[in-house]
Design a binder for this molecule. Structure first.
Ligand SMILES: *[C@@H]1O[C@H](CO)[C@@H](O)[C@H](O)[C@H]1NC(C)=O
Ligand SMILES: *[C@@H]1O[C@H](CO)[C@@H](O)[C@H](O)[C@H]1NC(C)=O
Ligand SMILES: *[C@@H]1O[C@H](CO)[C@@H](O)[C@H](O)[C@H]1NC(C)=O
Ligand SMILES: *[C@@H]1O[C@H](CO)[C@@H](O)[C@H](O)[C@H]1NC(C)=O
Ligand SMILES: *[C@@H]1O[C@H](CO)[C@@H](O)[C@H](O)[C@H]1NC(C)=O
Ligand SMILES: *[C@@H]1O[C@H](CO)[C@@H](O)[C@H](O)[C@H]1NC(C)=O
Ligand SMILES: *[C@@H]1O[C@H](CO)[C@@H](O)[C@H](O)[C@H]1NC(C)=O
Length: 538
């Protein structure tokens, strides 16, 4: 966890707070050219650019597959960021050959060159393999820890390479890669992370990609960002989006650090819980929640807080699941309240029929469900230790549904809602066209209770929500329940980590007036709109 903290800080400084232009200008390109050749043709020269941190090695390496203008300053900056931020070797690969490098390459030439590789995927995958092989042979590289990432055209390349059986890597990351009909012939042996703009790929295209990845037996994670178009990481492009750039760079960093064995995911289950009962009420209906407070909290320095909406067995008392999660959050510096929904008489409900009866009451009366949740929010709003401007909400299963219902109700007292395997098939009617909280959905790729992802996105879009949705392969309902049948260590860890990072990122936004950061593609970010778009794919 220590290592992770350093890591968060580095990512935050590099890509969290600065504007796109600042990031780009702040990174002084620090690369050296490396000559190598194609895997199919020794006489076909290639020139890539390596950025080496101050190290005696061996260290992991990240191969960067360029967008359709081939390798240029954009990829060299990314290579330098890899070296500076993480201490890994960054390598900006050449696909078209040194004859076709410029800053930027003329668009017509870029288009015709890209066409060659799009239509001959064997050739494209071979060029990517050549870059991987040259890094694996580099004296400072640990050959067992090499990964690839790709942008736009290069993102398509990364997926193509995986589907064609490319080897020698521990992970592949696609940033706004074009999704096409990939061939499914061999199993994909390394994990794949796909980072996708919600307005770039359609929900059904992503559903199709999931099915292709499943057919190839891949371990995958797909994360999508609302209101985000193609080229969202490309500085100087008017479709650049700071939020999606920051969040996706972070998602990549965690994914690669796992692949490189620098951080291990594991169960965060605390050995013992530390939560105390809080009696409150919802319009006279008695409730008992469980509150965890970080040591040393004081009214002179109020802390951000988290409401935890429980799963269908109700809030589970002093030693139960929600109190354990509250304890973990207190360990991260949050005041955390495990909310009561069913009432003081129905804590830790063991009986199946009672569970069904209780959930039915709230599933069939959204007003009541949201009102019970708001009662818990109010406890925090009025708590002397809580910074009432920075309250978040998470929910598990039934409670995840509740958290999304809270967002749909139009209430504005929390800055993020995070459903973990929420049942998203029985959502409340949408009562706002301006959802306030950031909606971070964490769900299992095999979770039927999750419902139709495309339709969830449509519902969130119609309410102008700023959302981020992650899905994990081979993960079923209840994946965060320690000891449960569906428990999945990887998804539990990554989803918890994504939640903490989103909270951190929201706390870093210094301007509460402009929260959430953007809600609709109809108001494009204009940070660098006046400049050319040399790098993005058409
Ligand atoms: C940049 O280049 C210099 C000189 O080659 C090298 O000593 C240094 O470690 C590099 N720094 C980074 C962060 O890549
Ligand atoms: C694709 O590229 C490979 C490798 O260079 C080559 O062997 C093959 O003939 C090409 N296929 C087509 C249809 O041009
Ligand atoms: C995936 O695994 C299944 C079951 O083991 C197997 O039948 C199938 O051939 C595999 N798919 C690929 C592309 O290897
Ligand atoms: C929890 O228990 C494990 C195994 O008994 C121990 O190694 C670990 O240090 C404990 N953690 C804490 C935070 O007490
Ligand atoms: C839903 O709950 C609210 C608040 O308790 C109550 O006023 C309303 O009558 C309930 N609606 C239905 C249909 O039972
Ligand atoms: C929601 O989005 C629509 C379409 O972009 C827009 O017309 C409407 O004004 C937005 N509503 C709010 C409250 O932002
Ligand atoms: C999900 O919903 C979309 C839009 O209604 C539809 O096109 C798609 O086929 C649905 N997917 C599944 C798996 O039912």
């Amino acid at each position: 966890m220590k290592l992770l903290a350093v890591f968060v800080l580095a990512v935050g400084i590099i890509s969290g707070l600065a504007s796109a232009q600042e990031i780009y200008d702040d990174v002084e390109i620090n690369v050296t050219a490396i000559e190598y050749s194609d895997v199919y043709d020794d006489d076909f020269p290639l020139v890539g650019y390596v950025s080496v941190p101050n190290t005696d090695g061996p260290v992991p390496a990240v191969v960067i597959i360029p967008d359709f203008t081939n390798v240029d300053d954009y990829e060299k900056v990314r290579a330098t960021m890899i070296a500076e931020d993480f201490g890994w070797i960054g390598f900006a690969a050449d696909i078209f050959g040194p004859e076709f490098q410029g800053d930027p390459l003329e668009r017509d030439i870029a288009r015709s060159q890209a066409g060659i590789y799009r239509s001959n995927t064997t050739l494209f995958a071979g060029r990517i393999q050549a870059a991987i092989d040259i890094m694996r042979a580099h004296p400072l590289v640990d050959a067992s820890r090499v990964a690839i990432i790709g942008y736009c055209f290069g993102g398509t390349g990364v997926l193509t390479h995986s589907f064609l059986g490319g080897t020698g890597i521990v992970g592949a990351v696609s940033f706004h890669g074009g999704l096409t009909d990939f061939p499914v012939s061999t199993p994909i042996m390394h994990p794949v992370l796909v980072l996708s703009g919600g307005e770039d790929d359609t929900g059904t295209e992503v559903e199709y990609l999931e099915s292709q990845l499943n057919d190839a037996n891949a371990t995958w994670q797909i994360t999508r960002y609302s209101g985000i178009e193609h080229a969202f990481t490309v500085w100087h492009d008017d479709r650049y989006n700071e939020r999606a750039d920051h969040r996706s760079w972070w998602e990549m960093a965690t994914f690669l650090a796992e692949g490189f064995g620098e951080i291990s995911y594991g169960t965060p289950q605390p050995n013992q819980t530390d939560a105390t009962a809080v009696e409150y009420d919802d319009d006279g209906f008695s409730l008992t929640g469980w509150l965890a407070v970080p040591p040393g909290a004081s009214p002179s320095d109020p802390l951000p807080a988290v409401v935890i909406v429980p799963d269908w067995d109700g809030v589970s008392g002093e030693d139960g699941y929600e109190s354990a999660r509250a304890t973990l959050l207190a360990g991260e510096g949050y005041i955390a309240l495990a909310a009561d929904i069913y009432g003081s008489d129905f804590q830790q409900v063991e009986d199946f029929d009672t569970r069904v009866q209780q959930t039915t009451i709230y599933r069939s009366n959204y007003t009541l469900f949201v009102s019970r949740i708001q009662a818990a929010v109010d406890v925090l709003v009025n708590h002397e230790l809580v910074d009432a401007d920075n309250i978040f909400m998470i929910g598990y299963c039934f409670g995840g549904t509740g958290a999304v219902n809270y967002a749909f109700s139009g209430l504005r007292d929390v800055k993020a809602v995070v459903p973990f395997h929420g049942g998203l098939t029985s959502l409340a009617p949408i009562q706002t066209d301006n959802i306030f909280p950031y909606v971070l959905v964490q769900s299992g790729g095999e979770d039927d209770a999750h419902g139709n992802n495309t339709e969830l996105e449509m519902a969130l879009n119609s309410a102008n929500a700023t959302w981020e949705i992650s899905r994990y392969s081979n993960v079923f309902h209840g994946f965060t329940a320690w000891g449960g049948r569906a428990y999945n260590e990887l998804a539990d860890w990554r989803s918890w980590d994504a939640m903490l990072e989103v909270f951190d990122w929201i706390l870093l936004q210094d301007d509460d007036e402009s929260f959430p950061p953007e809600s609709s593609v109809d108001e494009p970010t204009t940070i660098v709109a006046a400049m050319e778009n040399p790098d993005a794919d058409p």
